[in-house]
Structures are given as C-alpha cells and as structure tokens.
Ligand binder design. Structure first.
Ligand code: 9MR
Length: 362
C-alpha cells in the first residue's frame, strides 16, 4: 500500500542542519553517552580504512560498531580448515582507536554460509565444525566485545513446527539443541560478551509479528529454564515507513524480557520508504517520524541499552538491492545520513529520541 504524501508530517518537522552542526557534543554518540546509552551502526571494514568521509562519520557518531558482514561464516571461513580474520580485526582496531565498543554478528545463522558448507558439513561432523567455529571466533575476541549475536533468526512461525524453529541447516544437521549448544559454547569461549538472540519481524502488532514475538519469547524462556546462558535479545528493527508503527505488543515483550533480567538491543534499525510517495523532503519526514517515535518508545524501557542502525549513510544500504529498492529507482533515504554524508532529518529525529531517555535510568 502506498502512502500519500499529504498524510505525512510536515517536512520541516526535523530541521536539517549542516555536517558541522552534528559533530562533537552535537553527535549521536555524545547525546547517547550523556544518557548512558550506546548508539552506533553496522560497518564495512574496507570503507573504514579506504574511505575518509565514511571513516570520519563513523568515528564521530558511534560509540558502538557491528560488522555488517565481516564476522559471518562466509567472511571468516574461506575454506573448511581456514579462518580469515582480517576484516573483523580491522573493525576492532578502528573501534579501539575511536573509543568504541563492538558487537559481534553472528556466530550462527542460516544465511551467509560459505560455498563449501553444503558439500562438507554432514550430520556426522556438523556439531564438531559448529562448536569449533564458535570456540575459535568467540575465543579470538574474548573479553573484547560488548556482545555477540550468538544465534540469528532461528524462529520461523511458518515452519509448521510446534517449537516454531526455522528449518535451517543447523536444525537439520544438529537438531533443535543447536541453539543451546551455541550459547553454552560461546559462554565458555568468552565469559564477558553479552550473549544475544537476534531476530527480525517481531516489532509490529500484526498477527504475524505477534506470533513470531511469542515464538521468540518461548525460545528464550525455555533456554532460561534449561540454564542456558543468555543475556539479551536483539530486536533488528528493519521497519517500513508505510507500516503501522510498532506499539503495545513490542513494549510488553521488552518488559517481559526485563522481568527475565534480559537486556534488549535495537540491533539493525533502518526505515524502508519504498512505498512512500511524495517529494524527497516529505519522504524524509516520514522516515524521521518513525525514527523519532520508535526509538523514543524503545529507550523509554530501562532494559533497552543500545540502538544500532544498519549502516550510517544512504550511500551504502542493503535496501537499495533490487529486491527492496523503490519502484521509481530513486535511492532510499533510510539512514541518519544521506548519500552525501549530510545529516538527514532522520539524524535529528534519532538524536531527539536518544535525548528522551529518562535521566534516572542512566
Ligand atoms: O546487510 C547485509 C547484506 O550486505 C548481506 O548481503 C546479507 C547477507 O549476508 O546480510 C545483510 O544483513 C542482514 C543481517 O546480517 C541479519 N539481518 C538482516 C540483515 C539485512 O538482510
């Protein structure tokens, strides 16, 4: 469903400034830090080290980074007997120079597996290859990471299974206990990183997303009951400006996790505007409105401690891939900075939302 521009908030709702207005004390990281929050983005190591403007922006705005792809199996495992840590190491080196924390993403996912995976991993060796990977990767970065997405996207309510687990290669090769195995192995390798379960499509109040949220809660409750170490849940937050805003369902989910002593991180925030019509300014305003309202809602919950966007500039976003791009071919304005590294209305909306964090919860 397309949204008519006339229905959108005024384009000047979030006044646009210039780059110099948003650095130092006016940056996202400075505003977040004052309120005890972490704010940051997914990064690409080649750009951190090869593109001055990109690196400057990430250094100035984030106090936490996550690898968009560089810590996935596909990036780390060129061959069954090889690890390549160059990209991941480069992110840690950059973060250390800029006083930033780093999240690990991810130790286990059904996507981004190396090409050799299918022909090499069998029911006989899967558990050994799986635990060796987690031990090696989590071990290498032990005590250096803020948190790890140990298992990513394991729930799929359409799988037809009573436990709601996705029919992933890991489920098929190891069985449902692969999740417990992953978390226990990660804890043994790195006692310090906050071990996180991360998923998408659990934000909105639709029947589908409500059911998926329920599935995640069931999974996490089961883990707690079995004594499996888990510290946090990542709510990816790939939202759409043309969908109804997340609300009561997600808020109650975050609170329920809080009662279980779990933290919640907004891990991959971006706002898709492909179905929004109108001028660029009107579309920007629609995106900014979601940043403001969504992040304000999330940081009002004391167990929400980090907000990361999936990228920092519209110049580089997975949402411009053909499958997700705007039908008119125009680039998506979905992140805090536009394609020329200028702050978008979303930047000011996000900063205002961070400012709304209550000071007694610092
Ligand atoms: O943004 C990432 C894109 O560059 C990769 O090609 C893709 C597959 O590895 O993964 C994208 O990031 C995903 C993340 O790892 C997990 N949640 C959904 C993200 C967007 O697809």
């Amino acid at each position: 469903m397309a949204v008519a521009a006339g229905a959108l908030p005024a384009a000047d709702l979030f006044a646009q400034g210039t780059t110099s207005d948003v650095r130092g004390a006016k940056s996202l990281r400075a505003h977040a830090q004052l309120r005890g929050l972490l704010v940051g983005c997914a990064v690409v190591p080649g750009k951190l080290h090869g593109e001055r403007d990109y690196a400057d922006l990430v250094g100035a705005q984030a106090n936490i980074l996550v690898a968009e792809n560089a810590m996935k199996w596909k990036a780390l495992r060129p061959a069954p007997d090889k690890f390549d840590f160059r990209g991941a190491d480069a992110i840690l080196a950059f973060a250390s120079r800029h006083g930033q924390k780093v999240r690990g993403h991810n130790l286990c996912w059904h996507e981004a597996l190396p090409d050799w995976f299918a022909g090499t991993v069998t029911k006989d060796n899967a558990r050994q290859i799986f635990t060796e990977h987690i031990r090696t990767v989590a071990g290498r970065y032990a005590r250096k990471l803020h948190s790890w997405d140990v298992v990513n996207e394991a729930i799929d309510t359409k799988s037809g299974r009573p436990d709601g687990l996705r029919k992933s290669p890991w489920l098929e090769l190891i069985g449902p206990e692969y999740i417990d195995v992953a978390f226990r192995t990660a804890r043994a390798a790195d006692p310090k990183a906050l071990l996180t379960y991360n998923d998408y499509g659990i934000e909105e109040d639709s029947a589908e997303q409500t059911a998926k949220r329920e599935g995640v809660l069931q999974l996490v409750q089961g883990m707690k009951k079995r004594g499996v170490p888990i510290d946090a849940v990542g709510v990816q937050s790939h939202l759409s400006a043309s969908d109804p805003l997340p609300g009561a369902g997600l808020r109650e989910f975050v609170r329920e996790l809080g009662r279980m002593k779990l933290q919640v991180f907004v891990t991959e925030l971006d706002i898709n505007e492909r179905k929004v019509e109108g001028s660029v300014a009107e579309r920007d305003a629609a995106v900014a409105r979601v940043y403001k309202d969504y992040v304000t809602m999330m940081v009002a919950e004391p167990n929400v401690s980090a907000v990361l966007t999936w990228g920092i500039t519209d110049r580089y976003t997975w949402l411009d891939a053909p499958k997700y791009a705007r039908p008119d071919g125009q680039p998506q304005g979905c992140l805090p900075f536009d394609a020329n590294y200028e702050p978008a209305p979303a930047f000011f909306a996000l900063r205002d939302a961070l400012d709304s964090r209550r000071s007694n919860e610092q």
